[in-house]
Design a protein around this ligand. Sequence first.
Ligand code: ADP
Length: 418
Amino acid sequence: MSKKKKNKNVTSIAIKLNAISVRDLFLKFLILNACLMFILIVLWCMDSEKRFFGEVVQNAQRHVDFYPIETATYTVTLDSGKTLVQNASEFLYVLRKIVIILGIIEGIFLLEEIIFGTAKVRKRLKPLNDIAETASRLSNMDFSEERFQSLEDAIAKISPVSTDERIHIGDSELHGLEDAINKLLDRMRDSYRQQARFVSDASHELRTPISVIQGYANMLDRWGKNDKEILDESIAAIKSESENMKNLVEQLLFLARGINGKTQLTRTEFLLNDMIGEVFEESKMIDQNHIYRYINSENISINGDSGLLKQTARILVENAAKYTESGGEIILKVGTNPKGEPYFYIQDNGIGIDNEDIPYIFERFFRADTARVRKNGGTGLGLSIAKWIIDSHKGFFSVLSRKEIGTRITVFLPKVDS
Ligand code: ADP
């Protein structure tokens, strides 16, 4: 395809855009010249008055008679009758020269813009041209029976889930289509892999409580029916493991619904202070092993799903309690950062998180590999749920943590007007 034809799609737009820009430039020059002339004339008049009267006089009658240039004068008459009649023709000749020189320079600029401007605009519009060109090539493409067949064959051969196989039609004109299908396949495989990993991780997590329950049931079956001690121990273990399993299944369901877009946000405007205040009161009541403190601020309105945001705050508080020794302090704070973005944070003086682990704590099923974390036996899903909620609100987290000193996890949310 010739270059001329290639750019045809945007040439008429480029000509129109350039005409507008030349017109704008011309008007700007015109206004600039008028202002310049006015300023020069005013300065010359002031200078004439200063030279004649020693100052720029007030309460005087002024008269400008600039046409014809040969006899042009500037007349100033004072109340006292003293009169200045200044010949202006010499000044006007100089002014005319200035305007002509300026006009020539500006004319050159305008001419350059007229001649080369369209090409410059066309270059800037090249991406548009490319799109138009591709669309027109696709619409003009001749799809013969044979081509359809080879495309169908190529697509039929590949599996969207199994391997990294890609389609290859072997027809240069179908290259764009081939590329698009391969990219789509890559994305489908990625999401399939993610799903598969999720299912395998979930099954793995469910295996432990099921094995424990099975173990106790077997023990009861063999020896425990008449042994009160074994009976009590087994019942307690089965209760606790089934509770863990219930939590895990609930969290998995939440994440699955979130991924499938089935969890919808019910947005309202409410005070962040009230929400965190409620979480503070609840936590104090449920957990008497830690000291809770709430640092409130002026009222901060936010727009969001109050139920889900409260769930996030609860997840953070529960973690703080889980990973902080009895008697430790847990602080809840609300405020706004210098950009005016509302935030709340939960801070503890517990075990802290290893620096290398911080980037992974929001990943599903991630748990730091420490005895304390293993002992507390969370599901590793709390923070991924919190992240899903905060991402859906277009907010973000910031994590500050030091081993054996404590952790502060801050949630930033968008300002109400944004
Ligand atoms: P879990 O149910 O295991 O608590 P989360 O997704 O809530 O799962 O947290 C992931 C991991 O991040 C935890 O297992 C723990 O290692 C670490 N973590 C989260 N919050 C804290 C905290 N306040 N102090 C120390 N470690 C934390």
